[in-house]
Ligand binder design. Structure first.
Ligand code: AMP
Length: 118
């Protein structure tokens, strides 16, 4: 059984977060350490630790994460200018919280997709 993270507490509203959207499948809230003018995290309400753990039964929640990203990008006013959706998986990608989350970043030019450092 995977261990809960701080994101489960946010979903249950046990700790404060600026929640922008919640339904029976997903929750979206502002990242506490914003890396762009708009930085939102979109997560499934049930715990999936990493992208490697995704199963076919998760597809409905994952699809909802995408449609909520598009809706929030419109609401934040970044849809036309552009934005980036990122999901980090495990150590090489720098995943810190082991409850999958999609970062929605926008509000200014985001630069190259990856740092050139190796
Ligand atoms: P990652 O490196 O992809 O695992 O991203 C984890 C993200 O979660 C980081 O951008 C953190 O700033 C963010 N984060 C961690 N704790 C909180 C919190 N309590 N509320 C909002 N965002 C958080």
């Amino acid at each position: 059984m995977a261990e809960e993270t701080i994101f489960s507490k946010i979903i249950r509203r046990e700790i404060p977060a600026e929640i922008l959207f919640q339904d029976e499948l997903v929750t979206a809230f502002r990242d506490i350490s914003a890396k762009a003018p708009t930085h939102i995290l979109i997560i499934p309400n049930h715990l999936i630790p990493t992208v490697n753990d995704i199963k076919a039964s998760d597809e409905k929640a994952l699809g909802r994460m995408m449609s909520v990203a598009a809706k929030l990008a419109q609401e934040e006013g970044v849809a036309e200018g552009g934005y980036r959706l990122i999901m980090n998986c495990n150590e090489d990608a720098g995943q810190e919280v082991f409850h999958i989350h999609m970062h929605l970043l926008g509000g200014h030019a985001l630069g190259p997709m990856l740092s050139q450092k190796r």
